[in-house]
Design a protein around this ligand. Structure first.
Ligand code: AGP
Length: 614
């Protein structure tokens, strides 16, 4: 969602803030701003739209602004108030001495605003954040201490926040705090960085301290003090960040999305590494701490996730049910909460999230945790808020994913689900050894098959060109590839803005078939297996309504050429593993269509990489 950066030290703060914001741009980007202290005054620079607009403003005053060695910056994904310069962060108080950047939502901002207006505060923006600036200014006026002012302010705030605050009267000091929104401090030599995510600071330091909820940190160029909201001093836990700055480079690819699609063979190898050592050895998943006897007795699993992670969860349901005979429910996290959710200590609840910061999923797993369920988190960010809620933490090791459209993290989640299902089946002895060995073998050779798809992209590019003018798209599949249809449609919607829907192929005739005519492309995911013939029949039904037919298949049956206008072929693969191969051409199809249409592939409009509000 929004991105926060702060710097205090001896270098020009503006360079670090703008560089950091550039690396956070994927989190949200309808406006941006910075606050710096120059000549003993807090100055704000803000701009609507892309970060470049802010950079243009800053460049005009660069020599002046570069004198500052302290500053805070923000890129905004609007929640309260339209994206414009006034609503862009940083926000300030009446006298302009305080500057605040914020990620999250202040839920009681209306009540706070009414109270502050009565005290004489004049609000300029429509944001919830501006209340924090006035509140801190008002508390500072009473106590004369910035850390204390922030502490007293946060005691009055309800909701989620990561905040960074500077005050003109308190030289060389940044105060930062969080509740239900990520924030970390990077530690350098007589300098500190603050950021809502690692990419903003990884090029400067690998030493960091993650803030926990309700902790407040006070930074000067040569000191860091940590307290909790009750004013108790806390021990500082310094960590080594396991990321490399190279992860933030496109490595010659035009977009991060294309680079990340191409990283998938290695992602599969990474996820399997150390866990699947040989086909005749059991899968080693030390991360699952659920007692083996309890695991054997489990009779229910619930999986909560959003978006692409939800689609990975749907594949997970299919394989866990198939291998382990345990009933699995999959629900969008946002639907799991705010109703009477039936879960208990005999239910395993799995939360799946690339970022580990998705507010809906965090709320869902916290709810299940309160009811006594064992919480297993599958995430690409072992350093995230969600990871901290885990009883069992299964990191997916896809590396930093920059493109808003998730690709390699989906692949990593799928492979993690295969490992988890095999692990559970081995503990429960619920499936024949030969079947598991066949799947393990297929998993080991999967990277080569993906490489084959990636080295023959011409057909997919041609198909993308042919169908890029379509206004709507339908993806159909059955069984284990129904989630692949959903994911293919989501990728296309996200980056090309074409209306695309994934349907279970058998459902087409129950309504959606009414939409079909010669203008509608229907992409059938026809992977060999139980439902192949059924999908073929459903594709015939669509063809009979004049739809433009595309096949995605591992079959070499020449008859397909009569039925389909275009065919995308992938190497043969066993049905159970086919979602991990079939999704790759769909990612590429979406990518090339968006490319032909000239869309902003890595930063699609209205979207944010991690959605930290409910
Ligand atoms: C994926 O392409 C999307 N950007 C989005 O649906 C995403 O998967 C969703 O917001 C969940 O994010 P998470 O995996 O970080 O929880």
């Amino acid at each position: 969602m929004c991105g926060i950066v702060g710097y205090i030290g001896s270098k020009p703060a503006v360079d670090i803030l703008l560089e950091g914001l550039t690396n956070l741009e994927y989190r949200g980007y309808d406006s941006a701003g910075i606050a710096v202290e120059v000549d003993n005054k807090v100055e704000l620079y803000k701009a609507e739209g892309k970060l470049q607009n802010l950079k243009d403003i800053v460049n005009k005053n660069y020599t002046h602004i570069a004198k500052s060695t302290i500053g805070i910056g923000h890129i905004r994904w609007a929640t309260h108030g339209v994206p414009n310069t006034v609503n862009a962060h940083p926000h300030s108080c009446n006298c302009g001495r305080v500057a605040v950047v914020h990620n999250g939502i202040i839920e009681n901002y209306k009540e706070l605003k009414a109270k502050l207006e009565k005290q004489g505060c004049t609000f300029r923006s429509q944001t919830d954040t501006e209340t924090v600036a006035h509140l801190v200014a008002s508390e500072y006026a009473k106590c004369g201490d910035l850390t204390e002012a922030v502490r007293l302010a946060t005691k009055q705030i309800e909701g989620a926040y990561a905040l960074c605050v500077i005050h003109q009267d308190v030289k060389d000091t940044i105060v930062a705090t969080r509740r239900n929104a990520p924030l970390l401090v990077g530690i350098g030599e007589k300098e500190y960085y603050v950021a809502s995510d690692v990419p903003a600071i990884i090029q400067y330091t690998k030493k960091a301290m993650y803030l926990d909820d309700n902790q407040i940190v006070t930074l000067t160029p040569d000191s860091m003090k940590l307290i909790d909201i009750e004013n108790n001093s806390l021990e500082q836990k310094i960590e080594h960040l396991p990321w490399e700055p190279i992860a933030l480079s496109k490595m010659g690819y035009k977009h991060f999305m294309l680079k990340e699609i191409h990283e998938q063979p290695d992602v599969v190898r990474n996820v399997l590494s150390g866990k699947l050592r040989a086909i005749d050895e059991p899968v080693c998943l030390k991360e699952v701490t659920l007692d083996r006897e309890k695991l054997k007795k489990l009779n229910r699993i619930q999986i909560v996730a959003c978006g692409t992670s939800l689609h990975a969860a749907l594949v997970g349901k299919y394989i866990i049910e198939d291998f382990c005979g345990i009933a699995v429910d999959v629900e969008p996290s946002s639907e799991y909460i705010y109703r009477r959710t039936i879960t208990d200590e005999n239910t395993l609840v799995i939360g799946v999230s690339q970022s580990g910061e998705t507010a809906d999923t965090i709320t869902a797993v916290r709810l299940a945790k309160k009811k006594g369920s064992h919480i297993l988190i599958v995430t690409n960010r072992p350093d995230s808020t969600m990871a901290r809620e885990a009883d069992s933490l299964v990191p997916v090791n896809a590396g930093i994913e920059v493109s808003v459209a998730a690709t390699k993290s989906y692949m990593a989640q799928l492979i993690s689900f295969y490992l988890l299902a095999i692990y559970m089946a081995e503990v429960k002895e619920s499936i024949a050894k030969e079947k598991l060995e066949e799947l393990k073998h297929e998993l080991i050779i999967l990277p080569q098959k993906i490489e084959k798809v990636l080295s023959h992209k011409e057909n997919i590019q041609a198909c993308a060109k042919k169908f890029s003018g379509s206004k709507d798209f339908v993806f159909i599949a059955r069984g284990i590839n129904y989630p692949t249809a959903l994911e293919g449609a989501l990728k296309l919607k996200e980056i090309s803005y074409i209306n695309a829907t994934g349907y279970p192929a058998g459902e087409l005739k129950h309504g959606p078939i009414a939409m079909l005519d010669e203008s509608m492309p229907v992409l059938s995911i026809l992977m060999s297996g139980k439902v192949y013939e059924k999908i073929l029949s459903n594709s015939e039904e669509a063809k009979a309504r004049n739809a433009r037919m595309i096949a995605l298949t591992d079959s070499t049956d020449p008859k397909l050429n009569e039925l389909f206008d275009s065919t995308i072929r992938v190497p043969e693969i066993c049905e159970l593993l086919s979602p991990a191969l079939a999704v790759v051409p769909l990612q590429l199809l979406a990518y090339y269509i968006a490319e032909f249409l000239g869309k902003d592939v890595d930063q699609p409009r209205n979207l944010a990489k991690s959605v930290t509000v409910e």
